[in-house]
Design a binder for this molecule. Structure first.
Ligand code: 13P
Length: 290
């Protein structure tokens, strides 16, 4: 059974650990994430952007695949099916498809007032259906599925205004960027995180762009209120590297390794291994039903 993400994230805030939120691209990706989470008894959030959902033929297919795999694989840890960076319109589609958690990313709306208004509407709708809601203040740098942002430090007063709408967790820019970090990246602003935390209390905070941040820095952010860490590129790179190595070694062309179950296996094994490392780094291993 899929759950919403509220209880697991509130437990993470109390227990000072972070929940991994991994983006999925297809059935094998989802299966690899579930294998890692179950093996380490970690609660997990599987999330999907509208772009990745469209690649998989729609939100309903993504949610059905996650739900059926949880059932078929006898997954015992809590699993939430979350919309990542939903536009206002995407939110309604994902809700209809049965997602248990929704991110409405209003940070790209023309005004903050519109972000507030629409977030309030989505919160009301979702809470009536038992669905958890993530909102965003302050664009996250980099390019996420064609949505670019110059990146900024979120305004703590705006974070408070959105938090007061009753959102379940909040993404706030603290110098993080989607994708690979440039060599001259300044790092996360722990000062800004502390200012936001001071205004938002026990509300779980979300760190987007979880790829490539030094582990100690992520752990410091977790100590200071980050409860959900979004990771996408990291698993893509792990998958691609293992596949390239398999091809470069010449193994991919031997025997029946044209069979996709053989050709893609090293890549999917690499996703399981890397997801497990990240789960341990974030401290959510063994927290299945914390
Ligand atoms: P990365 O691709 O940088 O890991 O970011 C993922 C993310 O924040 C999804 O919302």
């Amino acid at each position: 059974m899929l759950v919403n993400a509220t209880a697991m994230l509130q437990a993470a805030v109390k227990g000072h650990y972070g929940i991994a939120a991994f983006n999925t691209n297809d059935l094998e990706w989802t299966r690899s994430i579930l294998l890692a989470a179950e093996e380490l008894q970690a609660p997990v959030i599987i999330q999907c952007t509208a772009g990745a959902a469209s690649w998989q033929q729609g939100f309903k297919v993504v949610k059905d695949v996650v739900e059926d795999l949880v059932d078929y694989m006898n997954i015992t840890v809590p699993v939430a099916m979350h919309l990542d960076h939903g536009s206002y319109e995407d939110c309604f589609k994902a809700i209809d498809a049965g997602f248990t958690s929704i991110m409405y990313d209003g940070s790209h709306e023309p005004t903050f007032e519109m972000n507030l208004e629409r977030t309030a509407e989505i919160v009301k709708l979702c809470h009536g259906k038992g669905i958890s809601v993530e909102a965003e203040v302050g664009g996250i740098g980099g390019v996420e599925d064609g949505v670019a942002s110059s990146g900024e430090l979120a305004d703590p007063d705006e974070c408070k205004a959105i938090a007061d709408l009753g959102v379940d967790f909040l993404a706030c820019g603290i110098g993080n960027i989607h994708g690979l970090y440039p060599d001259d990246w300044a790092g996360l602003s722990m000062d800004r995180l502390a200012e936001i935390k001071a205004k938002t209390g026990d509300l779980p905070l979300v760190l987007h762009g979880g790829t490539g941040i030094p582990t100690a820095m992520v752990q410091e952010a977790i100590d200071n209120g980050i409860a959900k860490i979004n990771v996408n590129t990291d698993l893509q790179v792990a998958m691609a590297k293992a596949t390239w190595d398999f091809v470069d070694s010449g193994e991919a062309k031997k025997g029946k390794n044209y069979d996709p179950r053989k050709l893609l296996k090293p890549g999917f094994d690499a996703i399981v291994a890397r997801a497990k490392e990240l789960i341990v780094d974030f401290g959510c291993d063994g927290k299945g039903w914390a």
